[in-house]
Ligand binder design. Structure first.
Ligand code: SAM
Length: 352
């Protein structure tokens, strides 16, 4: 193993920060053995704060109707081949009921930016969920909204909000989104979400079109500076009905390497092993966990709509991506030395 590379990994584990050029070295140059060393450091760090526990979240994809036209996304507004759906309040509540019975104590409501879901509609749903399941956390992932909206959703009981920044590079952001979507607004939203009291998640795709290794180093610097409570990263996977159909998918190995770096940067961060990782590799989820991830988010949406929330080709929602497969998910996690936590799974307090 290269002594300099190991020294950089050790320094990251100890100080939680590196200059961008050192991140670039890790991104570009690690051998298999050095990757294993990095993963082991990340796993130990995760265990210091969370032990063997893995948190589970029930993911409810409430609508695939979206006003935005992100170039990479299968549910973008201009995709005429996407069969649209929207869950009713009753359907969402019955997903929660089933999720609760299966042992989930966090529900994640994710969807496109669907104008139907006004603050009034969402607050009503939140009140019902919180009244029925006061011991559960609710995470929202519903895109960019106004300050007032975020405030109202927080007050109505939502606990966490996931809004991937997608890329920390403003020029890159412009290559991935239409002109009217603004990088600065994305950032503004993240800061407002934090100010109004949410546990906040950001994140990015690995291997998205036009991304360079230097940009990945910038991503790590961004995570250092923003210090999110949650960080969702997964490989980009092309969708046949988007302009990016001919780009290659991101790499599983690079995603795992970055998961480990993020764990070392921010030891207590809630870090999911994402569906995209599980889609690209049959053991993707386990690999993510063994590289320092500590959250899995199986799908709790009604079976009838799962195939319609197709963000990228072949997105998995069956087998162990399904919340109903919790017994098998548990067995697979136990086979790699983990246990499934039955708590809400909030971020651990940092040691002083
Ligand atoms: N509308 C909400 C938002 O903008 O945050 C949540 C839904 S959005 C579809 C959820 C995430 O899916 C995005 O943040 C993006 O990173 C990811 N995603 C979309 N298309 C993808 C693709 N082709 N490959 C991998 N991830 C993708």
């Amino acid at each position: 193993m290269n002594k300099n590379h190991i020294a950089l990994i050790d320094r990251l584990a100890e100080t939680h920060t590196l200059p961008a050029e050192n991140y670039l070295t890790l991104i570009r140059n690690l051998s298999d053995e050095e990757d294993a060393y990095l993963a082991n450091c990340a796993l130990k760090t995760k265990e210091t704060h969370y032990g063997k526990q893995i948190f589970i979240r029930g993911l409810i994809e409430i609508s695939n109707i979206c006003k935005n036209d992100c170039y990479y996304c299968g549910i973008r507004a201009s995709n005429r081949n996407c069969e649209r759906y929207r869950l009713t309040e009753e359907e969402i509540l019955s997903c929660c009921e089933e999720g609760y019975r299966l042992g989930f104590r966090t529900f994640v409501m994710q969807g496109g930016e669907d104008r139907f879901f006004t603050d009034d509609v969402l607050c009503d749903i939140l009140h019902h969920i919180k009244a029925a399941y006061p011991d559960c956390a609710v995470t929202l992932s519903l895109g960019e909204r106004s300050d007032i909206s975020y405030r109202r959703l927080k007050k109505a009981g939502a606990d966490r909000y996931l809004l991937r920044h997608e890329t920390a590079n403003p020029e890159h952001y412009r290559l991935l989104h239409p002109k009217k979507m603004l990088y600065l607004n994305r950032l503004r939203c993240l800061h407002v979400l934090r100010d109004v009291g949410f546990q906040v998640g950001c994140g990015f795709m690995v291997g998205s079109p036009f991304q360079t290794e230097e940009m990945l180093a910038e991503e790590l610097r961004f995570i250092e500076a923003f210090k999110p409570d949650m960080c969702g990263i997964g490989p980009f996977i092309p969708h046949k009905d988007t302009d990016f159909r001919d780009f290659g998918a991101g790499s599983v190995r690079m995603t795992c390497r970055l998961l480990s770096c993020i764990r070392l940067i921010h030891p207590t961060v809630l870090l999911p092993a994402t569906t995209a990782l599980g889609t690209l590799h049959p053991q993707g989820r386990e690999m993510g966990i063994l590289h320092g991830a500590n959250v899995v988010m199986p799908n709790l949406s009604p079976a009838s709509v799962r195939k319609k929330y197709m963000l990228y080709d072949n997105k998995r929602s069956d087998g162990d991506e399904s919340a109903q497969a919790i017994a098998s998910i548990r067995a697979r996690l136990e086979s790699i030395g983990c246990t499934v936590s039955v708590s809400r799974g909030d971020i651990a307090a940092e040691e002083q």
